[in-house]
Ligand binder design. Structure first.
Ligand SMILES: *[C@@H]1O[C@H](CO)[C@@H](O)[C@H](O)[C@H]1NC(C)=O
Ligand SMILES: *[C@@H]1O[C@H](CO)[C@@H](O)[C@H](O)[C@H]1NC(C)=O
Ligand SMILES: *[C@@H]1O[C@H](CO)[C@@H](O)[C@H](O)[C@H]1NC(C)=O
Ligand SMILES: *[C@@H]1O[C@H](CO)[C@@H](O)[C@H](O)[C@H]1NC(C)=O
Ligand SMILES: *[C@@H]1O[C@H](CO)[C@@H](O)[C@H](O)[C@H]1NC(C)=O
Ligand SMILES: *[C@@H]1O[C@H](CO)[C@@H](O)[C@H](O)[C@H]1NC(C)=O
Length: 415
């Protein structure tokens, strides 16, 4: 008797785990289409537009694929990736249509809702596809906002996992005026508006008051990833920000942008050093992307921030929130509790000055090499990089990093 509730709870948990497992692994349209090279272009654009992810999340779906020749037809007009996304969305039906069902449509005609209609950007009847059984066993397809002729017909069934996903081939792209209407490109994206509306208002307002805003705007079309510190973190940092020189302020803000598009899965699989909008030759302004379990962290020499959320992720722009302000070692010293008096004697013992002044040739030498005191900016006293040496000194050991992290944390929480 006593055992029964425990068993029930156990079964419930097991059932939930199994449910989770099976729904996560239900289907993968990219893998299904990969078996058929004649759809490689269509498949490629499903991935690029992130429609593949959306398809995989649906439990009942039909993908009307077109072959590479038909895809080349639309690509030759050089539509933006946003327009391609809309056009392809019309080819994803939110119902299951296997070959059998297509030939046995009740009353011979049906309207199927599509993923384009589900985006809410389709006006009126646009976003529905009219499927009609025609003479001679043909099945016609037309976008509902088209002229009533059938632009495409059913060719064959490609893959069917009843009743989860059906991939069929149709003869042509379904023209749809609404879907082909030019969609605003990323340069019309209101970056600071998006940031402000999602918990990064302080960062956004600071950006708007700075030259760095233009750098961000200029990067939108070519690919941009933004890591914005949440309001609490950036607010606490403002006194330090105000202490920076004008150039330092710009660099700090630019340090939070990366001039390439990085989706979450790209960040998880491309661990390593990443340049930023502030990177300029010898001024590296880089940080390290590193997985920490399911989380992704960004490590500067001084602070480790965690990605806490995704605000926007649509090629070519991604925006993530992070829990701490990224402090580049070019601008901040680690607030170590034991001020080391060593740097001066070490410098004296180092190579003679003329050799030091020589600009380092850009060699693939190891990271720690180029961090060596040779770069200590004694020829540039105004520059705040004078603070560098402390950070570099602790660089080598995990313990040093721990002390650093602790002292930075202490410093931040004391503010
Ligand atoms: C689907 O399959 C492709 C190719 O095999 C793979 O790269 C991708 O990660 C898979 N997606 C999911 C959600 O498993
Ligand atoms: C099929 O046609 C009949 C008669 O016109 C109508 O009553 C019925 O609702 C139609 N069924 C569907 C699914 O459209
Ligand atoms: C589909 O289009 C055909 C031809 O224009 C039309 O006769 C039919 O009524 C449409 N079907 C639906 C369900 O609207
Ligand atoms: C369809 O999905 C369910 C779970 O979502 C799964 O149990 C089933 O095996 C899938 N069917 C096929 C044919 O893959
Ligand atoms: C961007 O969004 C903000 C806040 O929603 C708004 O105040 C601003 O006018 C917008 N800028 C543009 C260029 O649309
Ligand atoms: C700003 O700079 C002054 C002078 O260097 C220093 O005393 C002060 O502690 C700094 N404030 C912050 C918040 O870093």
């Amino acid at each position: 008797m006593q055992l029964r509730p425990a068993i029930n709870a156990g079964t419930l948990v097991l059932a939930m785990v199994m449910l989770l497992f099976s729904s996560v692994h239900s289907h993968n349209v990219t893998r299904l289409l990969a078996k058929h090279p004649e759809f490689s272009t269509f498949n490629h654009y499903l991935t690029l537009t992130h429609l593949a992810d959306e398809i995989n999340q649906k439990t009942t779906i039909t993908v009307c694929a077109v072959d590479n020749a038909a895809m080349n037809g639309i690509l030759s007009k050089h539509p933006s990736i946003y327009t391609i996304k809309n056009m392809l969305s019309v080819h994803i039906l939110l119902d299951y249509f296997g070959a059998k069902k297509l030939h046995q449509i009740t009353n011979g005609t049906a309207l199927a809702a599509t993923m384009f209609q589900a985006t809410g950007s389709a006006p009126g009847s646009a976003g529905f596809v009219n499927i009609t059984d025609l003479k001679g066993g043909k099945v016609g397809f037309a976008a509902e906002d088209n002229d009533g002729t059938f632009a495409a017909h059913f060719v064959k069934s490609v893959e069917e996992l009843p009743y989860n996903i059906s991939v069929i081939q149709i003869s042509n792209i379904l023209p749809s005026e609404a879907a082909e209407a030019p969609t605003p490109g990323p340069s019309q994206l209101n970056l600071t508006g998006i940031l402000s509306a999602h918990g990064c208002k302080v960062f956004a307002d600071t950006l708007l008051a700075s030259d760095a805003e233009k750098t961000y705007e200029d990067s939108l079309d070519g690919g941009l990833t933004v890591f914005c510190p949440i309001d609490d973190a950036f607010k606490a940092f403002l006194p330090k920000y105000k202490n920076l020189t004008a150039a330092g302020k710009t660099a700090l803000l630019e340090y939070h942008g990366v001039p390439v598009f990085q989706s979450m899965s790209m960040l998880k699989s491309n661990n390593g050093l990443m340049n930023t909008l502030a990177t300029d030759g010898a001024s590296k302004y880089d940080f390290t992307v590193q997985n920490d379990g399911e989380e992704v962290t960004l490590k500067t020499k001084i602070v480790t921030a965690k990605i806490t959320g995704t605000l926007f992720d649509e090629q070519p722009v991604a925006i993530y929130t992070i829990n701490k302000v990224l402090l580049p070692r070019e601008l901040f010293k680690a607030e170590a509790p034991t001020p080391a008096p060593a740097p001066a004697p070490e410098e004296a013992a180092d190579a003679p000055k003329p050799a030091k002044k020589k600009k380092k040739a850009p060699s693939p030498a190891s990271e720690s090499d180029s961090d060596a005191p040779a770069e200590s900016p004694d020829d540039d006293p105004a520059d705040q990089t004078a603070d560098d040496s402390a950070a570099v000194r602790f660089d080598r050991g995990g313990f040093g990093q721990l002390v650093l992290a602790l002292s930075v944390w202490l410093g931040v929480s004391l503010l």
